[in-house]
Write a protein of this length. Structure first.
Length: 147
């Protein structure tokens, strides 16, 4: 019997300390390592901070879900990017209080109504967004460039 792990259900990562401060090497199965560090003086700024990685994770989760739904709506998207800005809390733990995702889309047929519809589904279809919904306000801004 072969023990196969469904990578969509069980995710595994590891980190290893790289220096005498806070620089880690992050690994997942079969992927290139990434550097994770903190800003000076605690770290040496040799990699992404944990919260930067979190913003990237949220952006890619939202972006993937949105593109799936827009394509199911038979919309054409020729370019798509997300810029994220997270505002941290003043008290510890200083996680995010607010996150703004700015979506830049090039499309001949995507409308703001389409984007409002799909962003309204993110808490149900983007697990990263869903984990934040109780504590963090997520706002969306759209820039649609018609081709």
């Amino acid at each position: 019997m072969t023990d196969k792990i469904d990578k969509s259900k069980v995710l595994r990562t590891s980190i290893g300390l790289m220096n005498d401060k806070l620089h880690f090497k992050g690994l997942t199965d079969g992927r290139d390592p990434i550097s994770i560090d903190y800003i000076p003086p605690l770290g040496d700024d040799l990699g992404y901070t944990s919260l930067e990685l979190f913003l990237l994770s949220l952006s890619s989760c939202v972006g993937s879900a949105m593109l799936i739904f827009l394509r199911r709506m038979n919309r054409t998207v020729s370019a798509f990017d997300i810029s994220a800005v997270g505002v941290r809390k003043e008290v510890h733990p200083t996680g995010f209080n607010d996150i703004t995702l700015e979506l830049n889309i090039v499309s001949g047929d995507v409308t703001e109504a389409d984007l409002n519809k799909v962003t309204g589904m993110m808490d149900s279809y983007c697990p990263v967004s869903s984990m934040l919904k109780a504590d963090v306000k997520i706002s969306y801004r759209f820039n649609i460039v018609k081709q």
